[in-house]
Design a protein around this ligand. Structure first.
Ligand SMILES: Cc1cc2nc3c(=O)[nH]c(=O)nc-3n(C[C@H](O)[C@H](O)[C@H](O)COP(=O)(O)OP(=O)(O)OC[C@H]3O[C@@H](n4cnc5c(N)ncnc54)[C@H](O)[C@@H]3O)c2cc1C
Length: 367
């Protein structure tokens, strides 16, 4: 059986690895001329780490990712709103996207990856299965679901980067919530630190000095935020307006085509699960292909397993976004902070645990 994957992002490459592991012949068609050092950090949640473990890649990701450190949420003066200790089992492993992509690619023969190839019509592809992993602006989704609305701007712009300098290994993993802005810190395994900042802004805003824009938001916030910004080369700061596919698709499958990752369910980043869902999708797709008698049956099962989970994740992520940087009113900010201090961390984590408790299906055809 042969699959062609449209798009070689994290979702597409994971799908190729997983489908090869269940015996399929696979090719990935990617429009960029080469896979480069793109992106910043990605938080790999425990659920996605289990999916990577099913592919035999979790140990390598753990090796290059965040060491076991405490985490928590603070206010701009550094006062704790909620805390997670380092021994907590639901440990997030942040990695540089480029490193995660490299780990995934290392599990594929180079000939599987065809760059500089833009797919314009999936009907032209000679394969038993087409995996549309062509991202937020998926041309495949637009062609297969012409009546569905396009992704919408959520009103939030975000900056992301990774420091050049290294920081002490015990630097915590955390988030700081202020009025109208938030800042997040994800230490990487080699001591560099991935950070992000977010605020509400009109769509399309750009500055010649994006690092300066971040400083304007958070430079007087608690340590080590100013040091992290000082340790970041200005040219390494990425800015993205956050879009999401606000109207859920009625199905992730059309004929022999399965939509996967952002192409199927581009979501806001507040639960840190966008790429994690793409990785889960990939493992489930391979598992159902290993077991079903035909592609149609496999894809029906893929849709049945993935659509409810990813669409409820997208909804929960959107709701969570309402209580972060979107709050500007000082009374509401104070009420949020007071509520966060009052709720025991175990209760807050229980809400997250619901999403992180997922375990991957076996890739063996017998189970
Ligand atoms: C600010 C921000 C922070 C985020 N933080 C996190 C996080 O901490 N954790 C997390 O899990 N997720 C996070 N995400 C989400 C995550 O980045 C995405 O969900 C994830 O990268 C989606 O992967 P994908 O493979 O589906 O799509 P993409 O990574 O977009 O890949 C799509 C690929 O398809 C290619 N392509 C497109 N069209 C064609 C075509 N016609 N022919 C051939 N190739 C094509 C593109 O070049 C691209 O390589 C964040 C997103 C944002 C914006």
């Amino acid at each position: 059986m042969k699959a062609l994957v449209v798009g070689g992002g994290l979702g597409g490459v994971t799908a190729a690895v997983a489908l090869r592991q269940v015996g399929w012949e696979v090719g990935v068609l990617e429009r960029v001329p080469e896979f480069g050092e793109v992106g910043a950090g990605v938080g790999v949640m425990p659920n996605a780490l289990r999916a990577l473990a099913a592919l035999g890649l979790a140990d390598e990701v753990r090796r290059i990712g965040t060491p076991r450190v405490p985490g928590g949420i603070r206010d701009p003066r550094g006062r704790t709103l909620t805390r997670v200790d380092a021994s907590h089992e639901d440990h997030v492993v942040a990695v540089h996207r480029a490193d995660l992509h490299r780990v995934l690619r290392s599990a594929l023969p180079p000939a599987c990856l065809v760059t500089d190839t833009e797919v314009t019509d999936v009907d032209d592809l000679d394969a038993d299965l087409v995996v549309a992993a062509d991202g937020l602006r998926s041309r495949t989704r637009q062609a297969l679901f012409p009546g569905m609305p396009q992704p919408v701007y959520t009103g939030t712009t975000a900056w992301r980067s990774v420091t050049r300098a290294v920081f002490p290994r015990d630097l915590g993993l955390g988030q700081t919530l202020g009025p109208g802005a938030e800042f997040g810190v994800l230490p990487l395994g080699d001591g560099r630190v991935c950070w992000y900042a977010a605020t509400t802004a009109p769509a399309g805003g750009r500055s010649a000095d994006e690092l300066g824009e971040v400083r304007r938001l958070v430079a007087d916030w608690h340590d080590p935020i100013p040091d992290l910004l000082d340790a970041t080369p200005p040219e390494a700061v990425l800015r993205h307006d956050i879009h999401e596919l606000a109207a859920p698709l009625p199905t992730y499958v059309r004929g022999r085509v399965a939509l996967l990752g952002d192409a199927a369910h581009a979501m806001t980043p507040y639960l840190g699960q966008g790429a994690c869902m793409a990785i889960e999708d990939a493992v489930v797709l391979a598992a159902v292909c290993a077991r079903a008698d035909d592609v149609a049956g496999a894809l029906a099962e893929y849709d049945r397993q993935r659509r409810p989970r990813t669409q409820s994740m997208a909804k929960a992520s959107r709701m969570l976004g309402r209580v972060g940087h979107k709050l500007r009113n000082p009374v509401l900010v104070k009420a949020r902070d007071t509520a966060m201090r009052a709720v025991p961390p175990s209760i807050g984590l229980r809400g997250m645990a619901r999403f992180m408790a997922w375990t991957p299906p076996s890739l063996s055809p017998d189970r």
